[in-house]
Write a protein that binds this ligand. Sequence first.
Ligand code: MEV
Length: 424
Amino acid sequence: MSKASAGDSIWSGFYKRPVGERQKVVAGERGLDAADLAVLNKDGPLPLNVADSISENVIGTFGLPFAVAPNFLIDGKEYVVPMVIEEPSVVAAASHLAKLAKETGGFKTDYSGSIMTGQIQLVKLKDAKEAAKKLEAEKESILSEAQEMGGHLKSFGGGVQGVAVRTLASPRGPMIVVEFNVNVVDAMGANMVNTLMEKMAPSLEKRSGGTARLRILTNLAMHRIAASSAVWSAQSLGGEEAVEAILDAWAFAMADPFRRATHHKGIMNGIDAVGIATGNDWRAIEAGAHAYAAIKGASITTYSKTPDGDLEGKIVIPLAVGVVGGSMKANPCAALGQKILGAKSSGELARIMASVGLAQNLAALKALATEGIQAGHMRLHARHIAKMAGASEKEVDGVIEFMISGKQVNEAGAQAALRQLRSK
Ligand code: MEV
């Protein structure tokens, strides 16, 4: 049991204290020493006072590798893609598959538009069927009311585009959900949609005679879909048999939900990393992608052989991402990520992210279906050990080869490699 949970809570009013005091509380509670506090206070790209204004109970900032994946040719434009991720191999894999796709013209994409859907839940209805009928009949007037309330969205080209009424059977009896489709243009849109839902709720209560409970967007962004496809030559993937092996790996994900979960995890390795690097809400992206995949009951990527025996891949995924709003302004790292990428609109960002997801997926399938995923990881691990052991840039590759061929990927192996290299 932690000390805090035993008696009077030291956490009461914690959120009101300055960062330095919060650190002391956590240090006392969890035994942090001066070195730990130095980590918390180390100046990073996200200043502590800014972090403190973004979240609650902040005691420091948390670093993650900020990397870039070059080689992405998407709709004829070259991108350097920023990626924030702690997992080895992900960035290298995305960039490698992007490079191979470039040989055949790169990625071709599509975007449905930035339409988010907000939901208003109506309960305590005397007669849900009758209430739904009434709302259905009043749809035009509900829509114009919402359009008026969301009038400010027009200033940047957005606005409410449609309304739908659905009756749901629930464990608490029938309820109605009224859904609004809103064009949020270049924002992720959660704030816009949620504000509008809260504003519209009283009118729907009046019209239906019910009570509005939840007034929130859905992360299942069914009308904000990005697609990307590319062709990889069989030769670049390792030949005819490699293409067959990749198709088998993909078919496994199509046929089995257990495999599909991991297959999609690999896709999200890339998409989340770009989401974080550009200050987007990657939990929202994850929620949408997995719900979409669950509805489809299939992989969100598809692969087939072209008449020439090459491999064509395609991804279709809901992507609620923005280039304005959210933490983008507050977090200088996110602003930098956006600057490096240079996507000018939500759609452009979504198209890039879909392409990264596809590249990431194929990289994983290729590795898994051929040499296995551990070989690449092992090389990266070996590189890390070689550097820690003091290998110079010139020596690193030789040390890695020595360690891997001698099956001694550890400090001793690196030292032995260095002794041998330097004795020559
Ligand atoms: C690991 O982070 C991701 C993979 O498991 C994805 C996959 O299995 O397709 C390699």
